[in-house]
Design a protein around this ligand. Structure first.
Ligand code: AMP
Ligand code: MG
Length: 399
């Protein structure tokens, strides 16, 4: 049985970033990863500009109380028409270009109108309230490097340097297949011995939250021929195939055999963790295949620990995760597990900072225990007896 860190390394070793395409930039690309260095095509600001509403002056003229003649008004988006000469000032708005001759801006609030002129009461410093040309960036300078995860600031910056499209790593297409003779879809009334399919919708949502494109294949009966057809379809249509159910050692757990027949090379079959021990991972060429146990929590945890990091690596993320951060408990935690355990928990903001409270859960079919969970706590095998305040490694879900 493989330990979690070694299993993760096995998965990540085989997940290679997908090729890049040119993609139109917009909110739909949030969270995607840039695969080219983007340089500025301009100096920014393109001219020395005022960062205040006020008066552009020659600092030498205002070395103490002084009154200057106002020669014109420069609005943002307009160029000054006259140079500021000795004894002169120009009214200027935020963002407007500094007129020739001026070397400082005095905020409007500290001036007094004086007929056709303006009065200043205090000395000004050369350069004050002026953003010099090219201070933010220079033409040719790389401002958004390859590997940047596109957030709002990156999208704003890319627009500032004239980009409407950029090379982005593709995101994985994830084929999702539920298996099990007992499983029926949500719009059906379960007959005797049947349960509804939680994993199909849950795994699609997990894939979407991880930034990938889910494609749902439906429910495969516990029949090798049916599974073989769906597995082939999933491998052909996706970069990643995620199955739930049928991976343990039961009589009707056909998934590993079917995958082998379909040319999938197995790399992992059991991981020492709880929930989710019978986790299968294999590859066919560059395609990744995950067989997650059918119990919803096992599928959930297996997805967050292994599938999501793989999807992130495929999408070009330099840090695929999962990233655990220590968060102090807000209540005590007493438990005992035979394997390293990933338990649902809820983050809480306390006066002392961020804390985490374990959520009650009753085994690996109990999705309700995960309903309000926004973290998974990593607990060691064996007895655990943590007092409130103990920092515990927490995986923040959806981050
Ligand atoms: P399996 O991994 O196929 O042995 O299934 C383990 C448990 O998970 C069984 O109790 C199944 O009924 C249940 N299960 C399997 N698939 C699903 C599903 N898609 N949604 C909810 N429960 C499932
Ligand atoms: Mg099954």
């Amino acid at each position: 049985m493989t330990e979690v860190p070694e299993a993760l390394a096995t998965v990540l070793d085989r997940a290679r970033p997908l090729a890049a395409d040119a993609v139109a930039l917009g909110p739909a690309v949030l969270g995607r990863v840039l695969s080219e260095d983007v340089a500025s095509d301009i100096d920014s600001p393109p001219y020395a500009k005022s960062i205040m509403d006020g008066y552009a002056v020659r600092s030498a003229d205002v070395q103490g109380p002084a009154t200057l003649t106002v020669i014109e008004e420069v609005a943002a988006g307009r160029m000054p028409t006259r140079a500021v000469g000795p004894g002169q000032a120009a009214r200027i708005m935020t963002g407007a270009p500094i007129p020739d001759g001026a070397d400082a801006v005095v905020p409007h609030e500290v001036t007094v109108a004086d007929g056709p002129g303006v009065r200043f009461t205090k000395a000004v410093r050369a350069g004050q309230f002026i953003l010099p040309r090219g201070r933010e960036m220079k033409a040719g300078e790389v401002v958004v490097p390859a590997g940047t995860v596109l957030g709002p600031a990156a999208l704003g910056l890319l627009a500032a340097v004239g980009r409407t499209a950029a090379l982005l790593h593709a995101v994985a297409r994830v084929s999702i297949l539920s298996t099990g003779d007992e499983v029926v879809e949500a719009d059906q009334s379960p007959g005797p011995g049947q349960i509804r399919n939680s994993n199909g919708p849950m795994l699609q949502a997990l894939a979407a939250r991880a930034g990938a494109h889910p494609r749902y294949l439906g429910i495969g009966r516990d029949d090798p021929a049916v599974l073989a057809r769906l597995v082939r379809q999933g491998l052909d249509d996706g970069d990643v195939l995620v199955l739930s159910g049928g991976v343990s050692a039961g009589k009707f757990d056909f998934v590993p055999g079917v995958l082998r027949e379909a040319g999938v090379e197995a790399h992992l079959h059991k991981v020492r963790m709880k929930p989710g021990k019978p986790l299968f991972f294999g590859t066919r060429g560059d395609k990744l295949v995950f067989g997650l146990p059918g119990n919803p929590l096992s599928s959930f945890v297996g997805f967050e620990l292994f599938v999501r990091p793989a999807l992130r690596k495929l999408a070009g993320h330099a840090v695929p995760g999962p990233t655990f951060v220590p968060v102090p408990l807000t209540s005590e935690l007493v438990t005992e597990n035979d394997r390293p355990t990933y338990a649902p928990a809820r983050l809480e903001v306390t006066p002392a900072g961020l804390g985490v409270r374990p959520a009650p859960w009753f085994g690996s079919a109990d999705l309700r225990g995960f309903l309000t969970a926004d973290a998974l706590l990593q607990l060691p095998a064996g007895p655990v007896n943590y007092g409130a305040g103990t920092p515990v490694p927490a995986l923040l879900l959806g981050l």
